[in-house]
Ligand binder design. Structure first.
Ligand code: MG
Length: 367
């Protein structure tokens, strides 16, 4: 496959409500989209880097810069496919979210040209996936209970509460008491604690959580292993896992017993699949996280979440959880599930007039 050029496109998408985590509050999504143009097909990739480097070191302007300056010029001129792109980008350190967006755009074009859905390419065995929802930090417990009630009414099968010091045991207790022992419930600290908080985190053991996600800093792998020995609640890593090698290390030292796979964080769907395969071989459950994706990124994540090792519900929520209007036809919940797109590639395309309306900048780079 020959790549003729790459378009970088920035879109601004207002969120339906502010989303607060331990690292900040988001009110809008500034998204970098990548479009790969080949003679036979076009492909789309969504860069999940946020506008500020708070979740990880990457940020949207930085991703656009490294793409135009280094990654796009390094693309293979001919015989390009997702693996060739991965090899060509490998010498450049880090920048996994930028690499993932570019690799996904090429993979999407490759699969559209071949008429093959991404889910089938990856080895998925399901046509729908169960959906959880991530609930941000609120100003009060009653406000939180109302929000959780609303999501359960919509059909979400699992609730994840964002926590931070000062917003942990009490909100979890309130949700467990109000909605009962059968509710699938987990928490995500986004690296907000240190090991000295272990006694407080151990108080969460009383609430029978599915997991606690990324309690400590992303580079605190050894301390996560120590924390795991002090908690009954399983530890799941998110920010700490940037590759299959990192996942192997985490499992080896007991730093995690569950892994949240985000393709953007690990450099793309090929590496995400490797982490899935590694975990499945070890009998370790995985699930698919979210980065407030538009329908473009969401479609690809749903394909990944349909793989057999994704045994826990993901954060692959419906479009209107985040956006009043999506750039693609909206993903809608059906009995707590989303259908896996079955069209070629990622299986969805932007609605052109909406895409135009959200666009703040475009840039074309000829190869
Ligand atoms: Mg997380």
């Amino acid at each position: 496959m020959k790549i003729e050029g790459i378009e970088l496109r920035r879109i601004a998408m207002p969120l339906v409500a502010p989303f607060r985590t331990s690292f900040g509050t988001e009110t809008a999504r500034d998204v970098l989209l990548v479009r790969a143009v080949t003679p036979d097909a076009e492909g789309w990739g969504e860069c999940v880097a946020m506008d500020l480097p708070l979740y990880s070191p990457e940020y949207a302007d930085g991703a656009a810069d490294v793409l135009r300056r280094f990654l796009i010029p390094a693309l293979p001129k001919n015989d390009a496919d997702a693996y060739a792109v991965e090899r060509a980008l490998e010498p450049f350190k880090g920048h996994r979210m930028a690499k993932a967006a570019l690799q996904t755009a090429v993979l999407d074009a490759q699969l559209r040209a071949a008429g093959q859905p991404l889910a089938r390419y990856l080895g998925a065995d399901r046509d729908r996936v169960p959906c959880g929802v991530s609930v941000g930090i609120m100003d009060s417990v009653p406000e939180l209970l109302d929000a959780v009630h609303g999501y359960l009414d919509e059909g979400y099968v699992r609730i994840k509460l964002k926590i931070e010091p000062g917003w942990d045991v009490e909100p979890v207790r309130a949700v467990r008491e109000r909605f009962g022992d059968d509710l699938l419930l987990q928490v995500d600290a986004n690296a907000a604690y240190t090991l000295v908080d272990a006694p407080r985190l151990a108080r969460l053991d009383a609430f029978d959580l599915l997991l606690i996600e990324q309690p400590l800093a992303d580079d605190d792998m050894v301390q996560h292993a120590e924390l795991a020995r002090r908690l009954r609640t399983p530890i799941c890593l998110d920010e700490s896992i940037e590759s299959a090698a990192g996942a192997a290390a985490a499992l080896t030292i007991g730093a995690a017993s569950i892994i949240n796979i985000k393709p953007g964080r690990v450099g793309g769907y090929l590496e995400a699949k490797r982490i899935h395969d590694l975990c499945r071989a070890h009998g370790v459950a995985v699930w698919c996280g979210g980065m407030l994706e538009t329908g473009i990124g969401r479609a690809a994540n749903i394909a990944l979440a349909a793989l057999p090792g994704f045994t826990l519900p993901g954060d692959t929520s419906a479009s209107h959880r985040y956006f009043a209007e999506d750039v693609t036809p909206p993903f809608e919940l059906d009995d707590g599930h989303l259908d896996v797109p079955d069209g070629p590639g990622i299986g969805v395309e932007p609605v052109q007039d909406r895409l135009r309306a959200f666009t703040t900048a475009t840039e074309w780079i000829t190869l």
